[in-house]
Ligand binder design. Structure first.
Ligand SMILES: Cc1cc2nc3c(=O)[nH]c(=O)nc-3n(C[C@H](O)[C@H](O)[C@H](O)COP(=O)(O)OP(=O)(O)OC[C@H]3O[C@@H](n4cnc5c(N)ncnc54)[C@H](O)[C@@H]3O)c2cc1C
Length: 399
C-alpha cells in the first residue's frame, strides 16, 4: 500500500492530523494497533484548552463538543481546609477551558474519518519505521495476521509513549530528558454528579486529591498514592473515605458518594524526546513527550502538535518546506513550557514521601502566594488555559 502520509496511532494526535490532511486534499492511512472499542473507551484526559476546542471546531469535529461540553471559567485550590478560586476570564482577558472527555474527542474524530476520510485500520500494529532519512520512508506493520508494508512520502509517529516510531531516530541524533515521580494517581470514575461545579485541586498532609468530572452525571476523582500501587488494594469505601479526608473544608461542603465504575493507577512522569523530526519521520503527541497530568496538558499538546504538523505538511506539499523545517524547534518551545507548568503544579500540590516540615511550610507558603497575589494567580491561569495555537508567523495555526 502507498500513501502520502502514513500515520501511526489513532489517538487524538493521529486522528486530528488525518482529518486536517484530508480537508486539505492530502491522502493518509492511519494504522492503529488496538480495536475501535478500546480506543473509544480508554479513560484519559478531559480538559480542553480554548485553542484545542477551536482546533476541533475548525476541523469540523466540534458539533457534539459544543452541545455536550461544559465551559469552565475557573478551578478551586484547596489547602489547610480553605477554598480559593482562580477565575480564568478575569485573569487572562477572557479565556476558559472546556470539559469534554478524550474518549468523546476520539469518537467524534473516528466517526468523521470513517464517513469522509481515508483508511483507518484498527488491529494494525506498526512494527518499525524504516528508511526515515530517505525520500521513501516505509512502515512495516502487521494486519490480519500478515506482515505488510506502507510506503509513504512522510511518516507521522503519533503512537503514544509505548509506540515504535521514536526508535527510528538513531541514538546518535536523539536526546531524551526524563523525570519520574515517587507517587502515582489512583483514578476512579463514579456514577454520581460532581460535588462541585469546577475542578478542585487539593493539597493535604496525606497527599494530593483532585475532584474532576466527565459530564454533569459522572465524576472523575483522583488520589495521590505511592508509585507502583495496585488499584485492587483499595476498596471503594477506602477510596471515598480518603477523598473525603483530603477534600474536607471548614464550611458545609460535602462530597457526594456513588458507585465506582472504573479504577486505575497512572504513574507520573515527565519525558521529552528531541528532536521531533528525523528526515521524513515526524513525531507528535505522547510519542515524543509526556507530562504529569496535574497541569491537564498532555491532550492539548498532542492536539497542538497535530495542528502544527498538518500545517507544515500542507505547506511542504505546496512547495514551501520552511514550516516543516521549523516544526521540531517551534513545538519543543511549547513542549518545554508545558513541562515547566506541569512540573510546577505537581510540586505545588503533591506531598513527596520524604517531605520535611520545612518542605510542608514552603509548599503552603507557595499556595498562599497563589491565593493572595493576583500576578501569581494570573500566571497559573494563563498557563492552565493555554496560549492560542499560532504558527511562528502569528497566523491561525488551523490549516
Ligand atoms: C489517567 C490520565 C489522565 C490524563 N488527563 C489529562 C488531562 O486532564 N488533560 C490532558 O491534556 N491530558 C491528560 N492526559 C494525557 C493525554 O491523555 C495524552 O497526552 C493523550 O492521549 C496523547 O494523545 P496521543 O494521540 O499523542 O497518544 P495516545 O492517546 O496514547 O494515542 C496513541 C495511539 O497509538 C496506538 N499505538 C501504540 N503503538 C502502536 C503501534 N506500534 N502501531 C499502531 N498503533 C500504535 C495506541 O493504541 C494509541 O491508540 C491524561 C492521561 C492519563 C493516562
Amino acid at each position: 500500500m502507498r500513501t502520502q502520509v502514513g500515520i501511526i496511532g489513532a489517538g487524538p494526535a493521529g486522528l486530528l492530523l488525518a482529518r486536517l490532511l484530508h480537508t486539505a486534499g492530502i491522502d493518509s492511512v492511519v494504522l492503529e494497533s488496538r480495536d475501535r472499542a478500546y480506543v473509544e473507551t480508554r479513560q484519559r484526559a478531559g480538559i480542553l484548552e480554548q485553542g484545542t476546542a477551536d482546533a476541533l471546531r475548525a476541523a469540523g469535529a466540534g458539533e457534539r463538543m459544543d452541545r455536550e461540553g461544559l465551559r469552565h471559567d475557573g478551578i478551586e485550590l484547596r489547602f489547610a481546609r480553605r477554598r480559593h478560586r482562580v477565575d480564568f476570564p478575569t485573569l487572562t482577558g477572557g479565556r476558559s477551558v472546556t470539559v469534554y472527555a478524550q474518549t468523546e474527542v476520539c469518537k467524534d474524530l473516528i466517526a468523521l474519518q470513517r464517513r469522509e476520510g481515508g483508511p483507518l485500520l484498527f488491529g494494525a500494529e506498526a512494527l518499525a519505521v524504516e528508511d526515515a532519512a530517505t525520500d521513501r520512508p516505509r512502515v512495516r506493520y502487521r494486519h490480519r495476521g500478515r506482515e505488510r508494508v506502507l510506503e509513504c512520502a512522510y511518516v507521522a509517529g503519533c503512537d503514544g509513549f509505548h509506540g515504535v516510531s521514536r526508535a527510528a531516530v538513531p541514538p546518535t541524533v536523539a536526546r531524551t530528558y526524563e523525570r519520574s515521580y515517587p507517587y502515582a494517581w489512583l483514578g476512579v470514575l463514579a456514577a454520581v454528579p460532581p460535588s462541585h461545579d469546577e475542578l478542585v485541586y487539593a493539597r493535604h498532609d496525606r497527599g494530593f486529591a483532585l475532584l474532576s468530572l466527565r459530564s454533569p452525571t459522572v465524576s472523575r476523582l483522583y488520589l495521590q498514592v505511592p508509585a507502583g500501587t495496585d488499584p485492587a488494594a483499595w476498596s471503594d469505601a477506602e477510596i471515598w473515605d480518603e477523598l473525603e479526608r483530603r477534600l474536607e473544608t471548614d464550611d458545609a461542603w460535602q462530597l457526594a458518594r456513588g458507585p465506582l465504575t472504573a479504577k486505575s493507577v497512572t504513574p507520573l512522569r515527565s519525558f521529552v524526546h528531541e528532536p521531533l523530526r528525523h528526515g521524513r519521520l515526524l513525531l507528535a503527541g505522547d510519542a515524543a513527550h509526556i507530562v504529569p497530568p496535574t497541569g491537564a496538558k498532555g491532550l492539548n499538546l498532542a492536539v497542538g502538535d497535530a495542528v502544527a504538523l498538518a500545517r507544515a505538511l500542507i505547506a511542504a506539499e505546496r512547495g514551501d518546506p520552511a514550516p516543516l523545517a521549523a516544526y521540531s524547534a517551534d513545538r519543543l518551545r511549547r513542549v518545554w513550557q508545558a513541562e515547566r507548568f506541569s512540573n510546577a503544579m505537581t510540586a505545588l500540590l503533591h506531598r513527596p514521601p520524604d517531605a520535611t516540615p520545612f518542605d510542608d511550610r514552603l509548599q503552603l507558603a507557595q499556595l498562599d502566594r497563589v491565593a493572595t497575589c493576583r500576578a501569581a494567580r494570573a500566571d497559573l491561569a494563563e498557563a492552565y488555559t493555554g496560549e492560542p495555537f499560532t504558527g511562528g508567523d502569528g497566523d491561525s495555526a488551523v490549516p
